[in-house]
Design a protein around this ligand. Structure first.
Ligand SMILES: O=C(O)CCC(=O)C(=O)O
Length: 278
């Protein structure tokens, strides 16, 4: 990751977001995408194009598909490639987020018509509707999200935001039946919609109060896109302490034991790891 020199703070304060061109080296981000591709190949036991493999996985093994994505974003590989880096820490400090706390696991945003289609919800809009991340975080008031495209994002479902909307505070969020509560922008806010076209290596950082969404499908807006995001609260922020370090994300344990591995399987698995070391 190369050091990011210009101070993005003013733009971030004024508009609630900043698009950092070339924050990462494109090859580093490409490695993250390659890793996802390897994971999908292994999960499907079939070589192939990432998008095609993801589609096949989702169709044939829906549970494996969503659990794989959850494991990918929790992987040390992704964390080492994109998140554990002094340059990111420096940048967060420049944005006055002084003691970053991972609010939750990173999130994957893999979007295409096929990856989104749901026979039970025909005509459903592809991507996330307008919302503010703070509604699902509720931690420190200076909390923010880092959104990192793993591919160039042009017409393929770009992120849209409403510049300056973080200054208007939290909007009511309503669930219109798609389990993703949505915040309707005011007519004034709608005049400030910005579409963020990004190249691999760029990063968008936005306030948790910034209204944003996936740009819905329009002419020319199809194709596959992959991005990941990570949210941070600030341990040093008074507002966080004042709400008792609350976090709306819940990590629960499913206590039902769904498979009973045999002792042979366990020993085999351990030995296999050992063989790989030699
Ligand atoms: O990637 C997208 O289109 C949506 C991302 C998003 O809403 C988020 O990170 O909160």
């Amino acid at each position: 990751m190369k050091p990011y020199t210009p101070n993005p703070f003013e733009k971030y304060v004024d508009e609630g977001y900043v698009l950092l061109k070339g924050f990462y080296s494109p090859s580093r981000v490409e490695r993250a995408l390659e890793y996802l591709s390897q994971c999908a190949t292994r999960a499907l036991e079939r070589e192939g194009d990432l998008h095609a493999n993801l589609q096949a996985l989702r169709e044939l093994f829906p549970e494996r598909y969503s659990n794989l994505l959850n494991a990918f974003v929790r992987s040390m590989t992704l964390r080492e490639l994109l998140f554990n880096d002094p340059s990111l820490m420096n940048l967060l400090t420049q944005l006055q987020l002084i003691e970053p706390v991972y609010t939750t696991y990173p999130v994957s945003h893999l979007i295409s018509e096929d990856l989104w289609s749901n026979p039970n919800k025909p005509g459903e809009i592809v991507g996330s509707p307008w919302h503010q991340d703070w509604a699902s975080m509720q931690g420190s008031l200076n909390a923010l999200t880092c959104w990192i495209p793993l591919l160039d994002v042009g017409e393929n479902f770009p992120l849209q935001c409403i510049a300056g909307s973080h200054r208007d505070g939290l909007r009511p969020h309503e669930d219109h039946g798609n389990t993703f509560p949505e915040a309707a922008p005011t007519p004034t806010q709608q005049q400030n919609i910005v579409t963020l076209h990004c190249e691999r290596g760029d990063m968008v950082i936005f306030s948790s109060f910034l209204l944003h969404r996936t740009r819905p499908q329009s002419a020319g807006s199809s194709g596959f896109r992959a991005a990941v995001s990570i949210r941070f609260d600030d341990m040093s922020d008074e507002s966080y302490r004042n709400r008792d370090y609350y976090c709306a994300y819940r990590h629960t344990v499913d206590r039902e034991i769904r498979t009973f591995p045999t002792s042979e399987e366990i020993v085999h698995s351990i030995k296999k790891g050992n063989e790989a070391l030699h």
